[in-house]
Design a protein around this ligand. Structure first.
Ligand code: F6P
Length: 345
């Protein structure tokens, strides 16, 4: 078969591992040929691609980012988009498409497969919030990066007797905040699943100052809702093509609120894209390759409109419809971990 791959949405450590494994198994076990469209769905519309061979993918499983580059292109909104995709796939004699992406990218994969384009998905997001899969690749690397940063914040906050608020990614779900907050020993962990109770936050910090630790570390997910403010969005930025506002600044806003209410000197730092950058962890290289191997099997089993998922220790697949129906969010089990580790105030 001739198979095309693409990567859409925000980049994610482990994307290259997926590409590597799918291409290797496809060539070595099925006799496939591959191309990679550049810049997500934009590359399909522009007929912009590179050949993917054993040579071009050699060693990429060790690297971060995506060799295919990425974009947030909502093909569903482009008039004649489906016809253009069909035309480009036909011209390049493509038998199947593998799209690596989060819920937005996969909403396009589903749309295309419903219009007869033979396509399958691989779940990608550092936010770890795709429904139906126990873990997405990239999450482990983001948590490692954020945990290291939170650890560094302790010594500087301690030295200056300050509160420092660390803003991490997580639009709809607080997986990164939860994991890096717990692993990094944060005193306060705030996730988008729960509205921020500023009195409780200040009480937790006051406990530190009253008990000999004259500093505090707060981890807050970018999607958290603050009292009277809600989500903090960048008003100057345009909505992206899927209609999402750009989140930015909850850490700074929260730091101001804490300083005002407690009188403690408070600073904030937004880890931003450092969380997504750099080489993938061993866990993400492994998970990415397992997803890639399953994706090429799905192609040969003609499992159109389905997406690879991790269930326990197994890689299997579900419909894309199910995967994008809702976000996978933290539940009571994780709230309990946060609450059990918090100071008793
Ligand atoms: O991939 C999801 C995500 O990491 C969100 O947590 C974040 O809001 C968004 O990407 C930011 O992406 P960008 O700035 O690259 O558009």
């Amino acid at each position: 078969m001739r198979v095309a791959l693409l990567t859409g949405g925000g980049d994610c450590p482990g994307l290259n591992a997926v590409i590597y494994a799918a291409v290797r198994k496809g060539i070595n076990h099925y006799g496939d040929e591959f191309i990679g469209f550049l810049n997500g769905w934009r590359g399909v519309l522009d007929n912009n691609f590179i050949p993917l061979t054993l040579e071009t993918v050699d060693g990429i499983q060790l690297t971060g980012g995506t060799i295919l580059h990425s974009s947030r292109t909502n093909l569903k909104k482009i008039p004649g988009g489906v016809e253009k995709v069909q035309e480009v796939l036909k011209a390049n004699k493509i038998d199947a498409l593998i799209a690596l992406g989060g819920d937005d990218t996969q909403s396009v994969t589903l749309f295309l497969s419903e219009h007869g384009v033979p396509s399958v998905g691989v779940p990608k997001t550092i936010d770890n919030d795709l429904n139906g899969t126990d873990q997405t690749f990239g999450f482990d690397t983001a948590v490692m990066n954020a945990t290291e940063a939170v650890g560094r914040i302790h010594t500087t906050a301690d030295s200056h007797n300050r509160v420092i608020v660390v803003e991490v990614m997580g639009r709809d779900a607080g997986w990164i905040a939860y994991a890096s907050g717990v692993a990094g020993g944060a005193h306060v962990i705030l996730v988008p699943e729960k509205d921020v109770d500023i009195d409780h936050v200040c009480a937790l910090l006051k406990y530190n100052y009253d008990h000999g630790k004259h500093y505090g570390v707060v981890v807050v997910a970018e999607g958290c809702r603050l009292p009277e403010v809600g989500q903090v969005i960048d008003e100057a930025a345009n909505l992206d093509s899927f209609g999402h506002a750009r989140l930015a600044g909850v850490g700074e806003e929260l730091a101001n609120m804490i300083e005002k209410k407690t009188g403690y000197e408070t600073r904030s730092v937004n880890l931003g894209h450092t969380q997504r950058g750099g080489v993938p962890t061993a866990c993400d290289r492994l998970l990415g390759q397992r997803y890639g191997l399953h994706a090429i099997d799905m192609v040969h089993e003609k499992k159109w409109g389905r997406i690879a998922v991790l269930r326990g220790l197994d890689i299997t697949d579900i419909t894309i419809k199910e995967a994008i129906a809702t976000n996978r969010r933290l539940d009571q089990r994780f709230f309990d971990v946060i609450a059990d580790l918090e100071a008793k105030v």
